[in-house]
Every structure is written in structure tokens, then in C-alpha cells.
Design a protein around this ligand. Structure first.
Ligand code: NDP
Length: 486
């Protein structure tokens, strides 16, 4: 049997360079949402395991990791990127089994992002520097840019392996050590990357993986006095809770909390390109994407024709087996998520929106948490489907009249993560980009990410940044050194 078809091994915790069982011996089962079948069992970390992981991370931070030259940190992280590429088929299959996303996405898009992320940040290890400052000729004053220490990473289920890379790569490149808790629904690729990191030569304790429940293992990580910073991606509700909990130990925080991102199509846009961008902007990743273009704002002059074409496209996008390379719409991550999404569709119709496409569950081979590509038209920006994050393949279409109306509607939500603008008018593009309350603006494109570009939000979408040079400020701190020359 080839490696990619082999049964999935039970997952264990990675603590201090070893794969171990939970101290309590507890395990949980992770399930394939596309077939409702169990995939394997996974060790379930409790507070005792988290404590062990934090101590291992602290020992590594003060020991072998601190002693390594930046160029050697860089080499290990680059090697990890290579190993991700070497194990691409295995990792992509694990991701698709655990999450329900099309293998097309996990194999061709996610793997590349994970590898590039480790390799991009490996380059930063040798480039983080302090400054000499001009204070007084009688003094020698300079700054040191230092790692914050032990970083606790808590990640969601929508991009499980990408999130490992987004959180761990910059933190490790800057000399921190990491304890990472994957989402209970999707722990498998995080564990495998933890194993590959050891194979790449990461010293024991530098990257620890503690799968378990958010309310137990996650909570223990946030409360632990030995953790210096928490980097979290997930719901606004849990983000708020973490902020309150982290205040007891005054931890630094990076919070990426989802969005309700506007994708604005002006009448003067290349409408064929905008159509593709609008469709991919919501249905890629089954719409379980924090930056999804879930509100499509369409200028009234082209509204009916554009939306007619969009509805045709949505109707052709049928959910199918995620392991089939031709599939473009997979299974939602769980039945709970499916019910939540369908509940929103119902709420939208009750509030007066029209269901123009989809709106129903559509099992594949009689199983799974599949939801049709859905379009709600005639949406008012005050409706719940326009204000709340649905996190599924549901597009809310909102008409607008001119730039000011587009911006007023675009910014009138509690979130501010991403946004899109489609226009051939350069002045309009830049003006709108400046006035959008969002951490990212895509012009004549939607949903592109790169390790070199920062990603994060404003308002209810949180604060701090993943990726780009910007995120390195969040995983380092500055020390001022004063030397008296007299
Ligand atoms: P959560 O915010 O609950 O989960 C995100 C991560 O936080 C998971 O690892 C989770 O662990 C952990 N967690 C949960 N509770 C705690 C806690 N008290 N202390 C520490 N860690 C905790 O998201 P959900 O899975 O509940 O999804 C609900 C909604 O959140 C979605 O429908 C979507 O709207 C939004 N969301 C946004 C994401 C984004 O990318 N911004 C990603 C995921 C969800 P565990 O899974 O084990 O409970």
C-alpha cells in the first residue's frame, strides 16, 4: 500500500522532542466530515501536559535554541520547508480527510503556502537587528531586538497546516519557542509537521504540539505564567475571552478574529474577472475562510446582469468528494458548522433576502456535511447575514450607488479584516483602498496571500499581524542599552 493510502496512525502529543501520550491517557477521535467516519485517535492534552510542554519550551528557549547562530536557525527552518514539500501528498491527504476541503486546495495551494512560509521566514533569522541611537556623545546607546520567549499558538480548523506555519515560522525565526494547540476538529497535520520539524533538526522543545480541547488545553496555555505571548486565530467570542484571561498574567496578544469582508464591484470593472473573483472569494475553502468576500457589493447599473451570471456559476458548483482532484467544493468541517450555516440561510430568507442559488445540505454518496454554493440577493446591510460571520459557502449580495454609498456599506460592520475592489479607474481604486476599514485590500483580485504580506484586522477582527515584516514586531521586543563613555 502506498504511503498516501496507508491508514492514519494515532496522533500523539509532541513535547520536548518526543511523541508522547497524554499524562491522563485520554484520547479523542478525529472524524472525516465528508464521510462521517472516524480517521484515527489522538492523545488529548490536559493542563499537566500543557505545563510539561511550556517547561520544555522554556528550557529550549534558554538552552539550545538560544545558543544556535541565526544562520543555523535559518537552515533548520528552510529544511522544514523542504520536508513539507517532500511529504506533500501525505500532508495534503491528512488535511483533506480531517477538514473536508478539496484535495485540489490542500495539495496545490496549502502545501505551497506552508513550505514558502517556513522558507520566507527562515531568511529573517539573519536579518533582525537593533539600532545604534544618537542620544549623547558621552554615551553609547543601542537597541537589541530580542525574542519574546515562549509563544503559545492557538489555531482554528479552517486552514490547519497553514496556520501552523503562519504562527510558528516567524516566532521560531525570531528565536522564540512555541507550544501550539491545534483545533480539536483538525489536529493531524499539526502533529505531522511537529514530527517533521524534529527530522529537520529543530532541537527538542522548540516546537511542541498539544492537541486537545480549547476549554482545557487552550485555556491552560493562556493562563500559564510561563507563556509570554498568545497568538490566536478563531472566533471573536473566544478572542474576547482570551483577552480577559490573558490579562491576569499580562500576556502579549495577537488576535485574528474573522470578518465579514466586502467585495465591491464597480460598473466600470472588468466584469469577467470580477465574476471569477467574486465566486472564488466566497466558495474557495467552502467559505470557511476568515477573509472570505462574503458580502458582494454590486453597483446598481450592472447589478442584475452581473448577479444573474454569478447565480449561474454558483448553481454549477456542486459539492463533491473532497479526495477527487476535480472537486472544487468540499464538505464543511462538521455537522455542527453545517447546521450553523443553514441556520443563517434561513435567517436571511426570514429577514427578506431572496434565495437565488443553493441554500441546502447536499450529501455526497449519502454522507457528509456538504452545503450547496448559496447566493442570497436583495440583502440589506443591516440584516444578520450581512453583519455576522457565517463561515460557509453563503454569499450576501448588496446593491449600491456610487463610491460613498459603497464605502458606507462596506465599513458598516463590526469587522475589518479584508476587502476587494473591482474597477478600471486607478484613482477610484486608490481612494477606496484608503477609506476601507480593513487590514487587507485586494484591487482587481481577491483572496491572495503571501508570507511577505501582512494579514490581520481592525475593529472586531482583532489586532496584531500574521505574516510580512509586520508580524516580526509582534514576536520580538526591543531592549535599550545605555553605556556611559565618560
Ligand atoms: P473557536 O474560536 O472556538 O476556535 C478556535 C481555536 O480556539 C480552537 O483551537 C479552539 O479549540 C480554541 N478555543 C476555544 N475555546 C477556547 C478557550 N476557552 N481557551 C483557549 N482556546 C480556546 O472557533 P469555533 O471552532 O467555535 O468556530 C466558531 C466560529 O468562529 C466559526 O463559525 C467562525 O465564524 C469563527 N471562526 C473564525 C476563524 C478565523 O479564521 N478567524 C477560524 C475558526 C472559526 P477547540 O477547537 O479544541 O475547541
Amino acid at each position: 500500500m502506498s504511503d498516501t493510502l496507508a491508514p492514519v496512525r494515532p496522533g500523539r502529543l509532541i513535547i520536548g522532542g518526543e511523541a508522547v501520550d497524554a499524562a491522563s491517557g485520554a484520547t479523542f477521535t478525529t472524524t472525516n466530515p465528508a464521510t462521517d467516519e472516524p480517521i484515527t485517535t489522538v492523545a488529548e492534552a490536559g493542563p499537566e501536559d500543557v505545563d510539561r510542554a511550556v517547561k520544555a519550551a522554556r528550557a529550549a528557549f534558554e538552552g539550545p535554541w538560544a545558543k544556535l547562530k541565526p544562520i543555523d536557525r535559518s537552515r533548520v527552518l528552510w529544511k522544514l520547508g523542504d520536508l513539507v514539500l517532500e511529504h506533500a501528498d501525505e500532508l495534503a491527504r491528512l488535511e483533506t480527510l480531517d477538514n473536508g476541503k478539496p484535495i485540489f486546495e490542500s495539495r496545490l495551494v496549502d502545501i505551497d503556502m506552508v513550505a514558502r512560509c517556513f522558507q520566507y521566514f527562515s531568511g529573517w533569522s539573519t536579518k533582525l537587528a537593533g539600532q545604534t541611537t544618537a542620544v549623547n556623545p558621552a554615551l553609547f546607546t543601542y537597541t537589541l531586538r530580542e525574542p519574546v520567549g515562549v509563544v503559545g499558538a492557538i489555531i482554528p480548523w479552517n486552514f490547519p497546516m497553514i496556520m501552523v506555519a503562519w504562527k510558528a515560522a516567524p516566532a521560531l525565526a525570531a528565536g522564540n519557542t512555541v507550544v501550539l494547540k491545534p483545533a480539536e476538529l483538525t489536529p493531524l497535520t499539526a502533529i505531522r509537521i511537529g514530527e517533521l520539524a524534529l527530522e529537520a533538526g529543530l532541537p527538542p522543545g522548540v516546537l511542541n504540539i498539544v492537541p486537545g480541547k480549547g476549554r482545557v488545553a487552550g485555556e491552560a496555555l493562556v493562563k500559564h505564567p510561563g507563556v509570554d505571548k498568545i497568538s490566536f486565530t478563531g472566533s471573536t467570542e473566544v478572542g474576547r475571552h482570551l483577552m480577559r484571561t490573558a490579562s491576569d498574567t499580562l500576556k502579549k496578544l495577537t488576535l485574528e478574529l474573522g470578518g465579514k469582508s466586502p467585495n465591491i464591484v464597480f460598473a466600470d470593472a472588468d466584469l469577467d474577472a470580477a465574476l471569477k473573483g467574486a465566486t472564488a472569494g466566497i466558495y474557495y475553502g467552502k467559505g470557511e475562510v476568515c477573509g472570505a468576500g462574503s458580502r458582494l457589493l454590486v453597483e446598481r447599473a450592472i447589478h442584475d446582469e452581473f448577479v444573474g451570471r454569478l447565480v449561474e456559476r454558483a448553481k454549477k458548483l456542486a459539492p463533491a468528494d473532497p479526495l477527487d482532484p476535480k472537486t472544487r467544493l468540499g464538505s464543511l468541517v462538521s455537522r455542527t458548522q453545517m447546521e450553523r450555516v443553514l441556520g443563517y440561510v434561513e435567517a436571511g430568507v426570514q429577514e427578506g433576502a431572496q434565495l437565488a442559488a443553493g441554500g441546502k445540505a447536499q450529501p455526497v454518496n449519502g454522507k457528509g456535511a456538504f452545503v450547496q454554493a448559496t447566493v442570497l440577493t436583495g440583502v440589506d446591510n443591516r440584516m444578520r447575514v450581512a453583519q455576522e460571520e457565517i463561515f460557509g459557502p453563503v454569499l450576501a449580495v448588496i446593491p449600491f450607488d456610487g463610491v460613498d454609498d459603497a464605502l458606507a456599506k462596506a465599513n458598516d460592520v463590526p469587522y475589518g479584516l479584508a476587502s476587494g475592489v473591482w474597477t478600471r479607474d486607478v484613482k477610484k481604486a486608490h481612494t477606496v483602498a484608503r477609506r476601507l476599514a480593513a487590514g487587507t485590500v485586494w484591487v482587481n483580485m481577491y483572496g491572495f496571500y503571501d508570507p511577505g504580506m501582512p494579514f490581520g484586522g481592525v475593529k472586531g477582527s482583532g489586532f496584531g499581524r500574521d505574516l510580512g515584516e509586520a508580524c516580526l514586531h509582534d514576536v520580538t521586543q526591543v531592549k535599550g542599552v545605555w553605556l556611559n563613555l565618560e
